[in-house]
Design a protein around this ligand. Structure first.
Ligand code: CP
Length: 306
């Protein structure tokens, strides 16, 4: 794979191969934090036009574990704040010898435009573009669920029911998961209020939970992407759509995921976030392994050794 722009570009076997490589990385990471020479001599830039904690740091750490030189670019502290555009930014980084640009951008399609431009020859990894795609998030979600269900390597998520709840319309995580999980054999269902999940057949989360999902993924209410309030109040939203303690107790066997950052007390209670079935921190941990696997694949091909 030359670039990773979307989970749309992966077929089931390719996705499973990436999950298997990431599982291998995860095992090695848990044994020690040693470095691998895979990206020696390569320069990787994390090019972030939107804030991030998990994605940026785990990509930086992943590239460093693979021995790349890593440069962190933040729009707020760069010449973008003086009006420099994406083309000039990309050409500047090309002139400095960037081999890969890991980009987060508020515009949907920004990573695709960059990858298909003649502004740079660097490999492009989409670290989230607007409301469109966040492919490495979906891969780490899939890996986390596969581990949670104790499904071995070489396998997908056959027959597992995954319920994704909340602010679907603004969620690149939901879109990337919808493109990926069915290819791994999982059934995906969305639930949320009409303004967030148009066409959802449920009037509240209690009704959705009656289908006994194997995994439930709570999504952040993304107020920063709303021009006007789309929910009557936070209190009402938490009551109808929040993963509260009583709801967690009604689905004792369901895995609980959240991509983070979490709005505790809104879409997810602290009880749910910290419950025995919560995999929130395992998702973060798997983010490192998945990003190492993606970088190794992009530079070394499908059979890349780490
Ligand atoms: N899940 C996720 O993308 O988190 P960050 O915004 O912290 O990177």
């Amino acid at each position: 794979m030359r670039h990773l722009l979307s989970t749309n570009q992966l077929d089931g076997p390719q996705a499973i191969a990436l999950l298997d490589k990431a599982a291998e990385m995860s095992k090695l990471n848990s044994e020690s934090s040693r470095k691998f020479p895979t990206l020696q001599g390569k320069t990787v830039v994390t090019l972030f036009f939107e804030n991030s904690t998990r994605t940026r740091i785990s990509f930086e750490l992943a590239a460093k574990r693979l021995s790349a030189d890593v440069i962190n670019f933040s729009a707020e502290t760069s010449a973008v704040s003086k009006g420099e555009n994406l083309k000039d930014t990309a050409q500047t980084l090309e002139a400095l010898g960037a081999d890969a640009l890991i980009m987060r951008h508020p515009s949907s399609g920004a990573a695709y435009s960059l990858a298909n431009s003649d502004w740079t020859t660097a490999k492009i990894i989409n670290a989230g573009d607007g409301t469109n795609q966040h492919p490495t998030q979906a891969l780490l979600d899939a890996l986390t669920m596969r581990e949670g269900f104790e499904i071995g390597s070489g396998q997908g998520l056959k027959g597992k029911k995954v319920l994704i709840v909340g602010d679907i319309v603004h969620s690149r995580v939901a879109r990337s998961n919808l493109d990926l999980l069915p290819k791994l054999g999982a059934e995906v269902e969305f639930a949320g209020p009409g303004s967030f999940a148009p066409g959802s057949k449920y009037s509240d989360l209690d009704e959705a939970l009656e289908a006994a999902p194997d995994a439930i993924m709570m999504l952040r209410v993304q107020k920063e992407r709303m021009n006007q309030p789309l929910i009557p109040s936070d209190k009402e939203y938490a009551k109808l759509w929040g993963l509260t303690e009583p709801r967690v107790k009604r689905i004792p066997n369901s895995l609980i995921l959240h991509p983070g950052p979490m709005n505790r007390g809104l879409e997810i209670s602290s009880y749910a976030a910290e419950s025995e079935k919560s995999l929130v921190l395992q998702q973060v941990k798997n983010g490192l392994a998945v990003r190492m696997a993606v970088l190794a694949n992009i530079f070394g091909g499908d059979d890349a050794a780490i």
